[in-house]
Ligand binder design. Structure first.
Ligand code: UD1
Ligand code: UDP
Length: 382
């Protein structure tokens, strides 16, 4: 069977890495990795770390790219790729423009599509924008839906989409478990990480921040930056913000937050660096999808800088709270966690409803038509 995995951004690469490494070990499957290069530096960081050498790189990234320009470059690039590889199946991940355009291209070629991380929904096309639309387009076109949770599977079932739905858990937990084990079991790596972040003051509480969503550009980012500036007035905290390379993010963040003693604005981090810091953080503030899924593993309170989430499972479990982008609401939530140990303890439970580290294994078995036991939170896999 010829399978082509197509992805293009940092989170897709992290979440597809366990699938690629699993498929590449199987001689029954001829696996081609095609990266669109929707991201350049942030993608290379992940490919290097997971030792993935792409067979094809469309290298479509343009600084400050528009969604239509990007879609057009991916869509037309896929013609040559499909023509030369003639895959039996395309695997895509999540909800990016790469994913949507590659799926549309595969649909035009009548190539069956497997969608990893299928079925996430807010049912609000503006939040997240344009990802909610992207993931719905992909799910309409796909015939194999790898849903991370039973909730995601229930969305797909209620939409009466064609094809098979399998609850796999999220592949990000496979990647995370591998990274955590590597950091724990490689003293040189751990020492090197400790050295790289020795500028952090261990007597202060670390607040780790990521924010990059399109729907937060403008007023949302103003609110987030204002809140971070106010939180940084506390002398017992230190804020570390690896800033996403999107110029719509770097612009306001550096303008508003540069030059403050206890706010560190740094380049995007490698996955090991970021995992190490999630473990070290006191609170995580984020609008990222993947971070919402990973952080509950460490029992760290997560405040989500969005008004709605397509990942409500951890909100229901009590380890994640939506705070939006209003500066007063963000400040209030952080102050409560800093000053009220009981409130902090209620949040900080290490429960992860998103996966068990066996998602790639289930996807692999399902591609071969083998029987697969669905992911269930709390159930141990033999
Ligand atoms: C994209 C995805 C979003 C995902 C995010 C993860 C879409 C519509 N959005 O958003 O779903 O959550 O990636 O990070 O697919 N840039 C660089 N170097 C890089 C990466 C980005 O310079 O390595 C800059 C470029 O100027 C680029 C811009 O960031 O044009 C925006 O990148 P783009 O992929 O269009 O959107 P993201 O905001 O990264
Ligand atoms: N991440 C990383 N370096 C960073 C920030 C995040 O490796 O500096 C990882 C993080 O652990 C998660 C993923 O990148 O797995 C999230 O990517 P992003 O926030 O870009 O996208 P989203 O998840 O919102 O689609």
């Amino acid at each position: 069977m010829r399978v082509i995995c197509v992805f293009g951004t940092r989170p897709e690469a992290i979440k597809m890495a366990p699938v690629v490494s699993r498929l590449r070990r199987d001689p029954l499957i001829q696996t081609t990795v095609c990266v669109t290069g929707q991201h350049r530096e942030m993608l290379t960081q992940v490919l290097d770390l997971f030792d993935i050498t792409p067979d094809i790189n469309l290298d479509v990234m343009v600084a400050g790219q528009t969604l239509n320009g990007l879609s057009a470059r991916v869509l037309s690039g896929m013609d040559d790729v499909f023509n030369s590889i003639r895959p039996d199946r395309v695997l895509v991940h999540g909800d990016t423009t790469t994913t949507m355009a590659a799926s549309l291209a595969a649909f035009h070629w009548r190539i069956p599509i497997g969608h990893v991380e299928a079925g996430l929904r807010t049912y609000d096309l503006k939040h997240p924008f344009p990802e909610e639309m992207n993931r719905r387009i992909v799910d309409v076109a796909a015939d194999l839906h790898f849903a991370p949770t039973t909730l995601a599977a229930s969305h797909l079932a209620s939409e009466q989409l064609a094809g098979r739905i399998l609850v796999t858990g999220n592949t990000v937990i496979d990647a995370l478990q591998e990274a955590v084990a590597k950091i724990k079991n490689t003293p040189r790596l751990r020492e090197s990480l400790e050295k790289q972040f020795s500028f952090l003051d261990s007597t202060r509480r670390l607040i780790l921040v990521t924010a990059h969503r399109r729907e937060n550009f403008g007023a949302g980012f103003e609110g987030i930056c204002e809140a971070l500036a106010r939180i940084a007035e506390r002398s017992d905290v230190e804020i570390l913000y690896p800033v996403h390379r999107n110029p719509n993010v770097t612009g306001p963040v550096f303008t508003h937050l540069s030059g403050r003693g206890n706010i560190h604005l740094i380049d995007p981090l490698s996955y090991y660096q970021f995992v190490y810091l999630m473990e070290r953080a006191f609170i995580i503030l984020t609008d990222s999808g993947g971070v919402q899924e990973e952080a509950p593993t460490f029992g760290k309170p997560v405040l989500v800088l969005r008004s709605v989430t397509e990942r409500p499972e951890a909100v229901a479990a009590g380890t994640v709270r939506l705070v939006g982008t209003n500066s007063a609401a963000i400040v209030e939530a952080v102050m409560t966690l800093c000053d009220d140990p009981a409130a902090y303890a209620r949040f900080a439970q290490a429960v992860n409803p998103y996966g068990d580290g066996h998602a790639a294994e289930r996807i692999h078995a399902s591609l071969l038509g083998r029987p697969v036991e669905a992911f269930e939170p709390g159930r141990r896999v033999a």
